[in-house]
Design a protein around this ligand. Structure first.
Ligand SMILES: Cc1cc2nc3c(=O)[nH]c(=O)nc-3n(C[C@H](O)[C@H](O)[C@H](O)COP(=O)(O)OP(=O)(O)OC[C@H]3O[C@@H](n4cnc5c(N)ncnc54)[C@H](O)[C@@H]3O)c2cc1C
Ligand SMILES: *[C@@H]1O[C@H](CO)[C@@H](O)[C@H](O)[C@H]1NC(C)=O
Ligand SMILES: *[C@@H]1O[C@H](CO)[C@@H](O)[C@H](O)[C@H]1NC(C)=O
Ligand SMILES: *[C@@H]1O[C@H](CO)[C@@H](O)[C@H](O)[C@H]1NC(C)=O
Ligand SMILES: *[C@@H]1O[C@H](CO)[C@@H](O)[C@H](O)[C@H]1NC(C)=O
Ligand SMILES: *[C@@H]1O[C@H](CO)[C@@H](O)[C@H](O)[C@H]1NC(C)=O
Ligand SMILES: *[C@@H]1O[C@H](CO)[C@@H](O)[C@H](O)[C@H]1NC(C)=O
Length: 491
């Protein structure tokens, strides 16, 4: 394997220097081997920040182990009858400064969703609420948008503004985490407390919104039934911070990386010049005297000075020696079904397919066995690509009711994000008091691409400070910020 070869050449070089009588290699110049488990955004950002923050005083050798044959983890694409769509994490927020910065640095293009689509809530028998179809003949798109907004405001009134200002307030606190010269925190609690976001993880979203004076109607309908259900597959009993993040993901100006969000992981790993090992599953990690042995499913053993776990450990069975202890947490499974074909208008009691909303959220009743259905792309009036979210696998029988024609079907089952419940209990970023780090300890505060990058950035500074025994000259301001100011305009 490559790393053994490069270690050998380092050894040879040292021997050569010894022979030449030049053995004045200072101890601090020893190359540290940092091993990263997982190549999702957390692992890829770890590699990037390690490279970005280290210098010749702290040379690093970065190795990434990924069990699958592609990088990106929960940023992944599906190929549905020749067209590619985001299968996992699909949208980013304009105030996601790390990811906006990554795309700039890597020369990737951001695409924004252009048209506001019509939506409706389906209760199993009828639409309890729906907006107008955009682009309908009598109205221009602008007027339709306005009427749609008025319809929503009319139904929810003041609560809508209270909800926006609640989200805005949390977003402002979150934004402080990008500030210059902040500390590297060893626990999620301390990181969140530093910007007054910890309390939001200790109460349910419903309780937080009620305290803000929101109406029960907006919580039941818009918040629970559509936003938190679609974003996280849960109702408003989820913890407040994760819930508010879901509300954030329902505003305007959302974007994605052209060609797929996974490209960020790919680009960052290459930028960091990390050694990437695909199809290599880490099965156990043992440590003694500050040295870690990573055992791979292939039988290989890797030695590392520090290990960064960049995947949730809730379902991944990696064994640790000595053992580690994690608070109880389980992953919420989300089933995503992609269909190319045509939906069945009469399932929704509609006369024609053209009157079917592009996004249909459903109410939480036993009569409705799925969470939402949306049109991803319309080829023509009788050929479309759809995405169906559900909490359980959808049967063929259900799909045969929902669709009048199915040319192609793809089913995915994601261990998607933690099941958020207040009060949240967090694992530490440092699992063994030494150099075993865990980025996804953060994930039950919120699970997004940006927060994974943010947690990785914190862990990298923690690791470098501890590895260099505090001698690291932290030159950190905001490391990755786009010059494209217009992206940061308010919600
Ligand atoms: C359906 C869905 C929709 C979502 N929508 C959004 C969204 O719109 N916006 C948003 O910001 N976020 C969204 N999220 C959440 C987002 O995807 C995650 O928070 C984020 O991608 C987590 O990244 P990660 O690197 O921490 O973990 P992952 O992406 O899960 O990466 C972990 C990697 O580790 C690898 N791995 C695991 N165990 C081992 C092992 N033992 N050895 C080697 N490799 C291993 C895995 O194969 C994987 O590649 C969504 C998630 C899902 C599932
Ligand atoms: C909301 O979700 C919680 C946790 O998943 C569940 O126990 C509860 O029954 C749900 N409530 C409603 C009204 O669906
Ligand atoms: C990247 O790493 C390899 C060894 O893994 C090294 O030979 C090469 O010089 C590095 N390239 C850069 C640009 O640092
Ligand atoms: C790690 O592996 C080396 C061999 O590469 C072995 O000598 C050492 O005992 C192992 N240490 C631990 C803690 O497993
Ligand atoms: C469409 O939905 C209706 C009403 O649920 C159902 O009777 C019919 O079998 C479905 N399938 C097709 C192909 O129309
Ligand atoms: C719609 O497009 C498909 C190919 O994508 C084609 O087979 C079909 O004939 C088209 N239908 C109409 C009504 O244009
Ligand atoms: C660190 O990242 C910044 C972008 O935020 C970039 O301009 C700089 O060149 C990077 N430095 C290194 C050493 O990678």
């Amino acid at each position: 394997m490559m790393p053994m070869a490069s270690r050998k050449s380092v050894l040879l070089l040292l021997l050569l220097l010894l022979e030449l009588g030049l053995a004045v290699v200072p101890a601090i110049c020893a190359v540290h081997r940092v091993c990263i488990v997982g190549s999702g955004i957390a692992g890829a950002s770890t590699a990037f920040f390690l490279r970005n923050y280290s210098d010749s005083n702290l040379p690093l050798d970065i190795h990434i182990f990924e069990q699958r044959d592609v990088v990106g983890g929960r940023m992944a694409m599906v190929d549905l009858a020749g067209d590619k769509f985001e299968a996992g994490a699909s949208i980013l927020h304009p105030k996601n400064l790390y990811t906006v910065g990554f795309t700039d640095l890597l020369g990737l293009k951001r695409v924004t969703e252009s048209d506001s689509s019509a939506f409706g809530f389906w209760d199993g028998e009828k639409f309890v609420f729906r907006t107008l179809q955009p682009g309908c003949s009598v109205f221009s798109k602008k007027i339709t948008d306005l009427l749609n907004t008025l319809a929503v405001v009319w139904r929810y009134g003041l609560s809508l503004f209270q909800m926006r200002s609640h989200v805005q307030r949390l977003l402002e606190r979150f934004t402080q985490l990008y500030a210059a010269n902040r500390k590297a925190y060893s626990t999620v609690e301390d990181l969140l407390r530093s910007v007054e976001l910890y309390d939001a993880t200790q109460h349910t979203l419903a309780d937080e919104l009620i305290a803000e004076g929101l109406s029960a109607q907006i919580i039941n309908e818009l918040v629970t039934q559509v936003i938190t259900r679609i974003n996280y597959g849960q109702n408003a009993t989820l913890s407040g911070l994760a819930g508010s993040v879901a509300l954030c993901g329902s505003g305007a100006d959302l974007w994605a990386v052209a060609g797929g969000n996974w490209r960020m992981a790919d680009g960052l790993i290459k930028y960091a010049n990390a050694s990437l090992y695909l199809n290599e599953k880490v099965v156990s990690i043992s440590s003694a005297k500050n040295l870690y042995n990573l055992s791979l499913a292939s039988g290989e053993v890797e030695n590392c000075d520090a290990v960064v776990i960049a995947t949730p450990l809730d379902e991944e069975k990696i064994s640790f020696d000595p053992p580690i202890h994690l608070p109880d947490r389980h992953m919420q499974h989300t089933f995503v079904t992609f269909v190319r074909g045509l939906a069945n208008a009469s399932y929704f009691n509609l006369e024609s397919i053209s009157s079917m909303p592009d996004l249909i959220g459903t109410l939480e009743t036993s009569a409705v066995p799925f969470t939402s259905i949306s049109v991803l792309k319309s080829y023509n009036d009788s050929d479309k690509a759809y995405k169906v979210f559900s909490r359980n696998a959808v049967s063929d029988d259900l799909l045969d009711l929902l669709f009048s024609r199915r040319d192609s079907t793809i089913r995915l089952d994601w261990a998607a994000y933690p099941h958020f419940k207040a009060p949240e209990h967090f694992a530490s970023f440092i699992l063994d008091g030494q150099h075993l780090y865990y980025i996804n300890a953060f994930e039950n505060a919120a699970s997004t691409i940006e927060t994974s990058a943010l947690a990785a950035e914190n862990v990298v500074r923690l690791l470098l400070e501890r590895l260099s025994h505090g001698s690291l000259k932290t030159k950190v301001s905001i490391p990755v910020v786009s010059s494209d100011r217009k992206l940061y305009k308010d919600l």
